[in-house]
Structures are given as structure tokens and as C-alpha cells.
Design a protein around this ligand. Structure first.
Ligand SMILES: [Zn+2]
Ligand SMILES: [Zn+2]
Length: 396
């Protein structure tokens, strides 16, 4: 079991991390007040009271754990943005899959964001690398869905550090993993923290989360993702701020061999659907929209047959087919779905008919090209462009 920044899950969505990174590049995050930071990110930083004029006091750990800033000069000195913050601040440079793979690989037990526990000589473990490998190997063995409890129990009972190879993981994949019933309050608190840190990974395009468990999407190329997952740490750092700088500098190499384009059939479908402009950022987006578990979760909750874009009821037109709609994801192209404490937030998704879906993506491509951008700045801009396309649609 491992420590995490419990209760702060809303700050770790990809859209929020990007907003914080942009702010940290343009301002001193350590000196920022509630008004400026809140205006930039749209969320609050309680408490607001004497002694807490700068959110940094209570959230410095959160921002360090995002891997976007360090404070190399010590207390009451400026927060310095990392290389990761600079990359995130440029729209469309980093996909949510890139970021959260890096994040999982750089999250250690203990982690340098927690000042009391980390020390340079400790050989850390990588619980989230363990979690991803465990999920992938089980899916490969026919167990698509694993509960948080199974992941956490397997991690603490195997003693694995996460860097073990495929054959080691195959030995533990099919066993039954449960936590003992006699946990102390402190241990139960750690289980909650561990569960929340796993939920941070919910933007990954091949996973789907709910309140109890995680499902791996079947069309994922298991071996290439498994093979690209390795714990990273900056060996040689002698204090935690240098360790954080070093981890951020390892971003590029830590995702270099990550290939999420998945199967060739998916790519063919992508081309067929008209998404041929296909930057890597766009492809990650399409992978997420085709995630069968997310699709099922969306339609279970919203059993609609009406296209959000053209208002056509596809069930009227095609009475023999109960579902021809696609899922369209309105966050920026490089974002995954957001998570809250109960799992994936499906409100960023709309159901559209395939023709409208193709037209929406064409509109995005043209709009971005005209602006000379690779991606939308944030969810609000993506939503506005979707609405703009909807208004321009001519239905006469
Ligand atoms: Zn439509
Ligand atoms: Zn779409």
C-alpha cells in the first residue's frame, strides 16, 4: 500500500493539469493568490483564511505530484516550471496517454512529492507501473476486469516493485487476491489513498474505471504497452527537488517506446471514418472514442438513439437497429476522459451519428488548421467549436 494526495482527484484531470502547467510557465505558482490561480483553472483551493493566502501552502504537494513545478530555492522562493510543464503548456504536444504513462512510471513508493518519506538512498517501488502491468496481464489471461482491491492486495502481498517481467506477472495473474479483513484504520486509510491514485489513471484510452473496478479494452496491443512500462527515477539526485527536476527531464525517454496506435484494423477504421489527417494526438482521441467499455458505460447510463448533433432519431430511421451512434468526446483531442472519486466522468461524451461524427472531426481539422494550432486550448474551447459546427449545420 502506498501514499497519495487523497481528496484531490479533481485536480488531476488532464485538462486541469494542463491549465496548472500553463499557469506555472507564465507565473510563479508559489506566489499566486486564490483569485489569479482560480481564474486560470476554474477551481478553488480551500481553505481561504489567514495564513493561506497562497494556495501553494496547501497545494504545493499537489503541484509537485503533477510533475509540473519544483521549488529548488527552498521555502518562500519561486516555483520553477519543469520540462513537463513547458511541454504541457504547448497545445497538442503531449497526449493524455503520454502524460499518464509517464506519470505512472514516475510515481514512486515513497514519492518525492511527500517530503517526510522520500530519501535519496531509498530504492523506491512503482505501484502504478505494477497496477498497469497487473491489469494488462490479467486481461491477456482472459480477466478483463480487476477490482482496486485485487490490484492493491496483489501489490502488497507479492512484494513486487513493478519492474518485474512478463513471466513474473503471469505467475500472479490468475490467483485470487483479497485484502485481509483485519486491517487497522491506518491501513484502511492507505487503501483509500492507493485506490484514488489508481483512479488518476482513468484518462488512459484503453482503460475504463467505475467505483469498484477497472476494465481493459480488448483491442489493446498488450505486449507493446507492457513492454514500454518501466519505473523511472533520477538515480543520483540528492534531494527531492532535484529528483523532481530529474524525473520531469526523463519524460521524453520514458514515453519514447510507447506505441498506442494499436491494431491495424483500428487504423483502417480510422481512415475509413474520414479521420485521415490523423496526428498522433487525434489518433489517441479516436482510440478513446472506440473504447468498448467506455461506450457501454455511456449507453448504459444514457440509452439514447438520437444524434446530439443533428437531432435525428436513428431508431425511427433504422428501426431494425437499436444502436448506430458513435461516441464523440468533446474535451481537447489530446485529453482522455476525466475521473472523479467514483470513476470515469461520462459528461464529456455525446452520442452522434457516424455521418455527423465525421463532419465534426472535419470541422475540427479545418478550424485548427485555420488557427495554426494542433489542438484546442481547453475543454471550453473544444465545446465552443463543437457548438459552432452545430450552429453552422444546414438542415434545410
Ligand atoms: Zn447526426
Ligand atoms: Zn469524435
Amino acid at each position: 500500500m502506498w501514499r497519495f494526495d487523497q481528496g484531490r482527484l479533481g485536480y488531476y484531470s488532464f485538462d486541469q493539469i494542463r491549465k496548472h502547467a500553463k499557469f506555472a510557465v507564465a507565473n510563479d505558482l508559489a506566489a499566486a493568490g486564490h483569485a489569479d490561480l482560480g481564474a486560470a483553472t476554474g477551481i478553488g483551493y480551500p481553505p481561504i483564511k489567514v495564513g493561506y493566502e497562497q494556495p501553494w501552502r496547501n497545494y504545493g504537494r499537489t503541484f509537485r505530484l503533477m510533475r509540473i513545478v519544483t521549488q529548488p530555492g527552498g521555502r518562500n522562493t519561486p516555483a520553477v516550471p519543469t520540462t513537463v510543464a513547458h511541454l504541457l503548456a504547448q497545445d497538442g504536444q503531449v497526449t493524455s496517454d503520454d502524460f499518464f504513462h509517464f506519470w505512472a512510471q514516475s510515481f514512486t513508493d515513497p514519492d518525492p512529492a511527500f517530503s517526510q518519506e522520500w530519501e535519496p538512498t531509498t530504492d523506491p517501488k512503482f505501484p502504478l507501473v505494477f497496477a498497469l502491468k497487473f491489469l494488462l496481464i490479467r486481461a491477456n489471461s482472459g480477466i478483463d476486469t480487476s477490482s482496486y482491491e485485487e490490484i492493491i492486495a496483489a501489490y502488497s502481498q507479492t512484494g513486487f516493485n513493478g519492474d518485474e517481467d512478463v513471466s513474473a506477472f503471469f505467475k500472479i495473474a490468475s490467483k485470487a487476491w483479497t485484502l485481509p479483513g483485519n486491517l487497522t484504520n491506518a491501513e484502511r486509510d492507505l487503501v483509500r489513498q492507493a485506490r484514488e491514485s489508481i483512479l488518476v489513471l482513468s484518462p488512459l484510452s484503453y482503460l475504463n474505471f467505475n467505483s469498484k473496478d477497472v476494465t481493459v479494452s480488448l483491442n489493446v496491443d498488450f505486449s507493446s504497452i507492457f513492454g514500454s512500462l518501466n519505473g523511472i527515477r533520477d538515480i543520483g539526485a540528492d534531494d527531492r527537488e532535484s529528483e523532481l527536476v530529474g524525473l520531469a527531464d526523463l519524460f521524453a525517454s520514458s514515453i519514447a517506446d510507447l506505441d498506442l496506435e494499436q491494431s491495424s484494423s483500428l487504423f483502417d477504421e480510422t481512415v475509413e471514418a474520414g479521420f485521415t489527417e490523423g496526428t498522433r494526438v487525434e489518433k489517441t482521441h479516436i482510440v478513446l472514442e472506440r473504447n468498448s467499455a467506455i461506450r457501454k458505460a455511456f449507453f448504459d447510463r444514457n440509452p439514447t438513439t438520437t444524434c446530439d448533433f443533428c437531432d435525428r432519431d436513428t431508431n425511427n430511421e433504422f428501426p431494425w437497429s437499436d444502436r448506430v451512434l458513435d461516441i464523440h468526446h468533446v474535451l481537447p483531442l489530446c485529453s482522455g476522459t476525466r475521473s472523479d472519486k467514483d470513476g470515469t466522468v461520462l459528461g464529456d461524451l455525446v452520442a452522434v451519428c457516424p455521418t455527423c461524427h465525421r463532419a465534426v472531426h472535419r470541422f475540427y481539422t479545418q478550424w485548427l488548421k485555420a488557427k495554426g494550432k494542433k489542438d484546442f486550448a481547453d475543454a471550453e474551447e473544444a465545446r465552443a467549436v463543437y457548438d459552432e459546427a452545430r450552429n453552422l449545420r444546414n438542415d434545410t
